[in-house]
Design a protein around this ligand. Structure first.
Ligand SMILES: [Zn+2]
Length: 425
């Protein structure tokens, strides 16, 4: 849709994106603003100022989440309509990942208050702390704190410099000793909306500025070890070898073929690491270890592919006289978006004349944590060439504009709706 038909102000959003990109700037378009660093704190302070401009009261909670709140005179204690994303980045990142979700939500509230609308429930915009997880090796910290999903020992994790998360959080302005107080009471969040860049090539291939997320896929992470026997590469006859890498190659090519055969479905499978021992050009590999990442929205299909993979390993071990061990590292079920929220977004997209293809999210987002306490929905914005976690990450101003407008319109219709209507949520 044309910029003049939008209620939101994209000049303001783009200026803010550029302003934030200066904090932690590493090149023309590159940013390194890792969680709970002084740079992250600067970004949070700036976003807090913008929340106040939009009419919100602002606080930093015990977990370091920045929360802007627009009260509702009509129903001050009603469950919250929450919007959010994150401001922290990977060490070698671009300007949009997470950022457009926070700035887009602030803009949506500002467009709402500028027009004199009053919400029938409180609205909160959250910049969740440490979504990326790159500094302390585990992400979604703020959103998991808010939803009561932190695990033992999370505060004791250290970064590359030996700083614990406990120390980093205290320095950032959070309160590691009262972390539980960041958790929202059951039922306190009515629903959650998140705008995010796609970080993949699907919307571009479909020629759409935005897409509707159907769910966040459940990753299965396995580590496979194959054990053979080392020997001289020159003297052991082929028929007498127990070559672990020959077996691994068989598994990996078979796995790729098996997942590719599901073309047209959202399932993706990746072998991302491969290590061999002892790793010498004239020794038959004795042991190979590789990791498998399998993601799908359809658990039945994912289970079937896992079965297939396990059979491939078993067959390859028999063919090459190997033994093996398969370890399960992560096994998360997919989390589906809420049908009634998706319908609300579809309706607004229709009124905007937007094509809104539907796709799943392979990556995690803060929405994943929220999905355990409330219905949620996500809007994706097209990523140029599908590039992300890279300074070359780029989205067109016009595409972001469509996404922010769609977020605004959806938020407005929810915030002004009779809450009785959505009570099945
Ligand atoms: Zn992100």
């Amino acid at each position: 849709m044309s910029a003049s038909d939008r209620a939101i102000n994209m000049d303001r959003v783009m200026k803010r994106i550029e302003r934030l990109a200066e904090i932690g700037k590493i090149s023309d378009t590159g940013v390194n603003r890792q969680a709970m660093t002084p740079l992250d704190r600067q970004a949070v302070e700036l976003a807090g100022e913008w929340m106040k401009e939009a009419g919100m009261s602002v606080r930093l909670d015990e977990a370091g989440n920045l929360i802007g709140r627009l009260n509702s005179a009509a129903a001050p204690d009603a469950p919250v309509l929450m919007l959010g994303s994150h401001l922290d980045t990977q060490p070698y990142a671009g300007r949009f990942d997470g950022i457009i979700g926070v700035l887009g939500a602030i803009e949506a509230v500002q467009a709402f208050t500028d027009r004199g609308f009053r919400p029938l429930q409180p609205i909160e915009v959250v910049a969740f702390t440490d979504e990326e997880g790159c500094r302390f090796n585990k992400g979604l910290f703020g959103s998991r704190a808010m939803t009561g999903r932190l695990e033992q020992g999370e505060l004791d994790r250290t970064d590359a410099d030996g700083i614990t998360r406990r120390e980093a959080l205290a320095g950032f302005g959070g309160d590691p000793n009262r972390l539980q107080e960041a958790e929202y009471a059951k039922g306190a969040i009515d629903c959650y909306l998140e705008l995010h860049i796609e970080q993949g090539p699907v919307l571009e291939s479909l020629g759409a500025s935005c897409g509707l997320v159907t769910g966040i896929s459940g990753p299965l992470w396995l580590t496979v070890d194959l054990y053979g026997f080392a020997g001289h590469a020159g003297s052991v006859p082929m028929a007498m070898r127990r070559d672990a890498l020959a077996g691994a190659a068989q598994v990996i090519t078979g796995f790729q073929a098996m997942v590719r055969a599901e073309a047209g479905t959202p399932v993706v499978g990746t072998v991302g690491t491969l290590q061999l021992f002892p790793g010498s050009r004239n020794i038959i590999p004795e042991r190979v270890q590789f990791t498998v990442d399998l993601r799908d929205l359809d658990m039945e299909r994912r289970d079937r592919l896992e079965e297939g993979l396990r059979k491939l390993v078993d067959d390859a071990a028999a063919d090459n006289k190997l033994s093996y061990f398969i370890r399960e590292d992560t096994n998360s079920p997919p989390r589906f978006c809420d049908e009634s929220l998706m319908n609300a977004i579809r309706g607004e997209a229709l009124s905007m004349g937007l094509k809104l293809p539907e796709l799943m999210s392979g990556p995690f987002h803060d929405a994943l944590a929220l999905s355990y306490v409330c219905p949620y929905a996500m809007i994706f914005v097209r990523s140029k060439d599908g590039i992300s976690h890279n300074p070359m990450e780029f989205s067109l101003e016009d595409d972001i504009g469509d996404g922010v407008e769609l977020l605004y319109r959806t938020m407005k219709s929810l915030a002004l709706a009779n809450k009785g209507e959505r009570s099945g949520g």
